[in-house]
Design a protein around this ligand. Structure first.
Ligand code: COA
Length: 194
């Protein structure tokens, strides 16, 4: 998530210096957001648009990443999102974001979304997502972020799961790079044979 005024690296404001910063707890950056769903957010069936929900998820996740890193951050990926049940006009949307794991300059943020029916006072889980944010300096270059203290059993489980997801992501990136290289080699051989 970046504001329009930050759309070129040259215009990034100076970042804070996290070198040697102490590890921070999961609780210290947990973030919550509540939205009242209005007709403007919905499709013709009166359901919240998926893209609008993704926007809210990006925002609440960015809050947690900012709070943990105390630095400028950008969304590097939103790699998994489940739309479990529709959200209707008139619902209250409640979003909660937590840092699952910090690597070097990147942080995986988990977001869980519920709707509250304000008349019945009931809550329903409607969506979950994982996003990766990267802390950047004034030139748009990645910078290290403080370590994460995962204390509870749930926090430790999320930490382990985030590691597995990163491994899968890296394998997929390597596969894509190899495919690209093979494609370029093929193109070069074909143009030599012409
Ligand atoms: C995110 C960004 C800073 C990464 O740049 P980069 O040159 O790949 O940086 P690095 O090679 O130094 O990698 C930095 C970190 O980003 C992670 N990363 C890079 N691309 C990633 C991706 N697609 N998904 C998850 N993590 C990613 C790397 O794993 C690395 O993590 P680590 O430091 O914790 O090990 C750069 O791609 C960027 O600025 N993207 C645009 C962001 C943006 O505009 N977001 C809003 C979209 S609308």
């Amino acid at each position: 998530m970046m504001s329009d005024s930050m759309n070129s690296p040259a215009s990034y404001p100076a970042s804070s210096n996290n070198a040697g910063a102490a590890a921070r707890s999961v609780a210290s950056s947990q973030s919550e957001m509540t939205e009242f769903i209005l007709p403007n957010d919905a499709n013709m069936l009166g359901n919240l648009l998926g893209g609008r929900l993704m926007h809210f998820i990006d925002l609440v996740a960015a809050m947690a990443a900012y709070r943990h890193s105390r630095n400028h951050v950008v969304t590097a990926s939103m790699e998994h999102i489940d739309f479990i049940a529709p959200v209707h006009v008139g619902d209250l949307l409640i979003l909660k974001a937590s840092i699952n794991r910090v690597f070097h300059s990147s942080m995986e943020v988990g977001v869980k979304v519920w709707v509250e029916n304000p008349l019945a006072a009931t809550h329903r889980h409607v969506s979950s997502a994982y996003l990766t944010f990267v802390a950047i300096d004034g030139n748009g270059k990645s910078v290290p972020v403080p370590a994460l203290l995962s204390a509870s059993i749930d926090e430790k489980r999320r930490f382990e799961d985030a590691g597995r997801r990163r491994e899968t992501r890296n394998q997929e990136q390597n596969r894509k790079r190899q495919n690209q290289a093979a494609h370029q080699n093929k193109g070069a051989i074909e143009s030599q044979n012409k």
